[in-house]
Design a protein around this ligand. Structure first.
Ligand code: 8YV
Length: 324
């Protein structure tokens, strides 16, 4: 008999079929308590769980006594209670490599659009404000050869450094838990403590996962030591930044602008003060959102679940020690 799994995210047909050759699949719309109650038998017998974005916590795990493997269509897994998974020997698989280049492209898009005010001036063209040759009120600031600060030198930070160094001649300054030899050798990246990176960078790019240590890592004090001309970019996880402090820093001119793909609350509420600031580019968490990459992430997550339920956790597993 095929093992039973719960699928809580739509997949392209070909991937859904691949999943069905290996598993008996129950497709549910989400992981809300009322959905879990409605499909109680399927949750009770499921050995695998596949989807993305929703909370997988103790309360859900209690409804899934047979669960052996979870597979998320994302690199980030802050929505999972990993301690609870470990306590039950449930493995967690993720998709760390397939989205790296696409997210780095998004970061470069945020850098360029914030510095050159692309969104703002394009809107002005659309409402008919381009009536004579443009003056300084349309100007942005240069990107090339400015110092790019990267906080978090993981795979995505490295791909960003590559683009900035080779494409834009930008000196790279970075902070991470440890020195990154490859970044230093290939892109002449310079290591600095957090304060140095904040103080000396023209662009401060946060590419960090959300953990207890990174929650509100960037707040009032950190914005205060950035250059007044600094542009702040976040495409990791929203709660790494104290958004109230960010709004104040943007309003008070402590920094020049911000390019954001992630927020403390997503979807970003329409009454967020960030949306009334002209010097903010706010994207709807599109970091990995291209047709190609989202397909590759879903395919990777499907393969990860097949591997995990066959006891193979050498690749893409967050907690291989939990494998029984
Ligand atoms: C995901 C992301 O696409 O991978 C991540 O951690 O933030 C995005 O690439 C998003 O979580 C939706 O699945």
């Amino acid at each position: 008999m095929k093992p039973s799994i719960i699928l809580y995210k739509a997949l392209p047909d070909v991937l859904q079929q691949r999943l069905e050759t290996h598993f008996s699949v129950t497709r549910v719309p989400d992981l809300k308590p009322e959905t879990v109650a409605q499909f109680a038998d399927a949750f009770a017998s499921a050995q695998g769980l596949l989807g993305s974005s929703e909370k997988v916590d103790q309360a859900l795990l209690e409804k899934m006594p047979q669960l052996r493997a979870t597979s998320t269509i994302s690199v980030g897994y802050d929505n999972f209670d990993v301690d609870a998974l470990n306590a039950r020997n449930i493995v967690l698989m993720h998709t760390p490599t397939v989205l790296t280049e696409t997210v780095a492209d998004t970061l470069m898009a945020l850098v360029l659009s914030s510095a050159r005010r692309v969104v703002e001036v394009a809107e002005r063209v659309k409402v008919g404000e381009w009536t004579s040759s443009i003056g300084p009120d349309w100007f942005g600031v240069d990107v090339h050869h400015k110092t790019l600060g990267i906080i978090g030198m993981g795979r995505i930070g490295l791909a960003l450094a590559q683009r900035a160094h080779f494409g834009f001649g930008m000196p790279i300054l970075y902070n991470a838990r440890r020195h990154h030899t490859e970044a230093e050798e290939r892109f002449q990246a310079r290591y600095g403590d957090l304060e140095t990176v904040l103080k000396e960078s023209d662009f401060v790019c946060v590419v960090l996962p959300l953990t207890e240590e990174t929650h509100h890592l960037i707040g009032e004090k950190q914005f205060a030591i950035m250059k007044k001309s600094a542009i702040f970019i976040n495409a990791g996880r929203g709660p790494v930044v104290d958004e109230t402090a960010l709004v104040e820093a943007l309003r008070n001119g402590e920094i020049l602008a911000a390019g954001l793909d992630v927020f403390e609350k997503e979807p970003l509420p329409i009454d967020s003060p960030l949306l009334s600031l002209p010097n903010v580019v706010a994207l709807p968490h599109i970091g990995s959102a291209t047709h190609e990459t989202r397909y590759n992430m879903a395919a990777c997550a499907v393969d990860n679940l097949i591997d995990a339920l066959n006891g193979k956790v050498e690749k893409n597993c967050v907690n291989p020690q939990a494998a029984r």
